[in-house]
Design a protein around this ligand. Structure first.
Ligand code: COA
Length: 173
């Protein structure tokens, strides 16, 4: 039995610079073309929403990175430790990132995914993302380049957001 699978349920927290070495090791095993430690550090320093799922005092299980600005958000990375894939952790990370996007009044969440990454495309489709376009030759690949599927999901406004919007327009008269 994999001890990581038995180690209980994880909790979300902010990604720290001190996590970057462990994250980069997970990343290298998960992607053929992976982000460097420097890219993760830049994301943290830029103030993106960088989150890790971790068993308390245990290993990092998964992570996700979201950038959000003026109504739009982008999922920049979402990755599950190789030996823990297929246990539902990606769904948890995605749902956490979507909650973060809602908390900063995002209307639309975008992402790009390799056309060959059917596993990820199924994850995003099941969560309500729709394909809105294709970026030709966007990713490096073993043989040349690979297309990116661009996906988007609208986040319906909750009652608080609707009433804040109504108040804003009422004040404008
Ligand atoms: C893609 C990835 C994030 C999925 O993580 P995961 O923890 O295995 O996914 P989950 O167990 O939460 O499953 C979520 C959904 O993904 C899809 N999925 C997961 N494993 C799959 C598989 N082997 N084959 C096809 N679809 C699969 C399914 O739709 C699944 O939902 P379901 O169980 O209700 O059918 C993970 O494989 C990963 O980290 N890959 C490397 C990094 C990567 O490609 N990230 C996405 C970049 S855009």
């Amino acid at each position: 039995m994999n001890p990581l699978r038995e180690s209980g349920s994880g909790q979300f927290r902010q990604m720290l610079l001190a996590d970057v070495r462990e994250i980069a090791m997970i990343e290298r095993r998960a992607y053929p073309f992976f982000w460097t430690e420097g890219i993760f550090r830049d994301c943290i320093r830029t103030g993106y929403h960088c989150r890790v799922l971790q068993v308390p005092h245990g290993a990092i299980q998964a992570y996700g990175i979201l950038s959000a600005a003026v109504g739009d958000a982008h999922i920049l990375n979402l990755c599950v430790r190789e030996e823990l894939q297929g246990c539902g952790l990606a769904k948890q990370v995605l749902s956490h990132l979507l909650d973060l996007a809602r908390s900063v009044q995002t209307q639309t969440v975008f992402l790009e995914v390799r056309a060959s990454n059917q596993r990820a495309i199924r994850l995003y489709t099941a969560a309500g993302f729709c394909e809105i376009g294709l970026r030709s030759g966007y990713y490096p690949a073993a043989k040349g380049k690979e297309d990116a599927v661009v996906m988007a999901k609208e986040l319906p406004m909750d009652n608080d957001q609707l009433s804040r919007g109504r108040n804003f327009f009422n004040r404008l008269g």
